[in-house]
Design a protein around this ligand. Structure first.
Ligand code: FAD
Length: 352
């Protein structure tokens, strides 16, 4: 079997990459072992234009949002589902200082930050003492639904092998790769955190980051907004279901859910929510984050038949569509990849 591209991994990176290659008419084979606790399956799928306690605008967000919106809408029409919803994000201030920081930022830049007119609007659902503001537009993407629906298309086109990819069975030359009976012009690794142990890319400055989430059920909670008070509470597509998270752990023993996160989050919810709820699931995964918080996109500087599409960190939902398209435009039409994302910036490290 001969393909243009062999793609390892079908998280949001492998999904977006295979979508854009498919649109270019390229033949692809995806190999994904179907692990459950992967970053894309545990994520909330939020696109939030604002980052951190100082309400800074996220890197490249003015370009990323329209591109992501268009991409999720068009893959959604192809698959017959709507995967992206625009929702305002309500930020409940955790202190008077946070409220002041929000108000001050609005005076500097009000593109995404807005006052919320009725400060008592959420009183029946939440405890909040210092008021709230709104981040708009924000989006929630049903990543699990998208991955599942795209996987079905790949299956119907015999374009996916649902098995473990064994690096030891890969043969790489300057002109292409062989993997058992499969040959391809290029292999592109979209295997998330697994790339940290990939002999071609293990020297890249990854910074693995574990995160956890609870899935809760509540009949009385409203689903018109994404809510934030220390943690994020985001409505899921399933009725009355909400995603609650997350934390950022740089040191961890394994990728399993922890008792500590469960207890802390439960306590936080009991203090925050005025309506009854029950926890229905507890999940954890490791984010493929990077030291300089920029993705790894492109072909190996010294072995161009091997590529990587990775390092999305905490922002895979907004970054993956844009950079998947850049990578495809690069490998198909020779267009450049943005230098800040291009893996060629590590040319010297990758020569070792
Ligand atoms: C708790 C949590 C919350 C998050 N919330 C958000 C959010 O709201 N918004 C946002 O933008 N980002 C969020 N993220 C980050 C986001 O999930 C990641 O940036 C993104 O999912 C990374 O996608 P990926 O495709 O690179 O990796 P993954 O999702 O890990 O996909 C890798 C795929 O490769 C497969 N694979 C790996 N090795 C092999 C092998 N040897 N053989 C076969 N298959 C293999 C795996 O099965 C998997 O399907 C969150 C992450 C976590 C953990």
């Amino acid at each position: 079997m001969t393909f243009d591209f062999l793609i390892v991994g079908q998280g949001i990176c492998g999904t977006m990459l295979s979508w854009f290659l498919h649109k270019e008419g390229k033949s692809i084979l995806v190999i994904d072992e179907g692990k459950e606790n992967t970053s894309s399956k545990v994520a909330a799928g939020l696109i939030n234009p604002i980052t951190g306690r100082r309400y800074v605008t996220s890197w490249m967000i003015d370009e990323l949002i329209p591109f992501a919106k268009e991409t999720y809408t068009s893959i959604g029409s192809y698959l017959g589902h709507n995967f992206i919803q625009e929702k305002g994000a309500i930020d409940f201030f955790t202190s008077p200082q946070m409220r002041d920081a929000f108000v001050n930022r609005i005076t500097e830049d009000d593109t995404y930050l807005h006052p919320f007119p009725d400060q008592n609007h959420f009183n029946q659902y939440f405890n909040y003492d210092f008021g709230c503001g709104q981040v708009r537009p924000a989006f929630i993407v049903n990543l699990s639904g998208l991955l599942q629906a795209w996987r079905l298309v790949l299956k119907n086109q015999n374009a996916i092998l649902e098995e473990h990819f064994d690096l030891n069975a890969l043969q790489v030359t300057e002109d292409g790769i062989k993997y058992g009976e499969i040959s391809a012009q290029k292999i592109i690794f979209c295997d998330g955190i697994t790339s940290m142990n990939n002999p071609w890319f293990e020297l890249l400055p990854f910074s693995a980051n574990k995160g956890e989430a609870l899935i809760i059920h509540s009949e009385e909670l409203i689903n018109e907004y994404i809510f934030k008070k220390g943690m994020i509470l985001a409505p899921l597509q399933e009725q009355n279901m909400f995603w609650v998270g997350s934390n950022y752990q740089w040191e961890f023993e394994d990728d399993k859910p922890t008792e500590k996160f469960y207890e802390q989050t439960l306590q936080h919810l009991k203090n925050w929510l005025k309506v009854p709820f029950e926890v229905v699931a507890h999940k954890a995964a490791v984010r493929p984050a990077t030291v300089e918080r920029r993705p790894f996109v492109g072909l190996h500087p010294h072995l161009p038949s091997v590529g990587i599409f990775n390092g999305m960190g905490t922002k895979g939902t907004s970054l993956a569509p844009f950079f998947a398209n850049q990578l495809v435009q690069h490998v198909v039409h020779g267009l450049p990849i943005m230098p800040e994302a291009d893996v060629h910036r590590f040319s010297r490290i990758l020569a070792k």
